[in-house]
Design a protein. Sequence first.
Length: 238
Amino acid sequence: MKHHIIYGLFFLCLIFVSCKKESLSSDHWGELRAKKMEEIQRLINSKTATNIDDWYVKEANHYLCGMSYFPMHKSMEQDFNRLWQEYRDLSKNEIDAGIKEGVIYEPCDDNYWYNDSPIRMVLENQHPKLIYLQDISPTAYKEMLPALKDKIDAYKRKLSCTGNEQWSATRIFEGCDESLLLYQRDKDYTEIKKTVGRYNVLKIALSSIEKPDCKFTPSPAIQSITCENGKPTIHLKK
């Protein structure tokens, strides 16, 4: 009888904890998520660095979209992975609670690819520091663009088709204009995605600085993608 009472109380406790968890607000989970990020940063900052070659850039996927980047040392990798999973779990709880509250979360956008990853890592006061685009000058932006454009053009030249492929398209930001780039989701397009993503980020950053006088016109929708003379061809709606 005593065991039945104990099990009953334990079951009631589980129900109470579960109900309490479900009733917590997205703001509450967001605060816990922010504190977890602070814990992650403390872990990163806890180790001093004397040799930049002992460190690498860690890419960490978010629960929904995008990535965060951290300077990483092998000695802290296991602790980081545990903390990052806890961070993702808290993000999930925050989003689940937000959905119940009526918050609308935008799906991941593949219309434009963005790559705001760090461009290099340096040592500063015996700690590794990631350098991002916003840390360099607009002149450096312009110096980086031609090499990226060459890679994009080379990718386009190599595109071929037989008529059986399933094509998707992403848009490349060109200041006041844009172009389309074809790719196949069932193939590894990681490298070209990084290249185009970096190109888009640089172009958008330059546009925000230079502020060209653009006349906005809606982007034409794609009607079909066909295979013509061994090359995939985009047909736009008129």
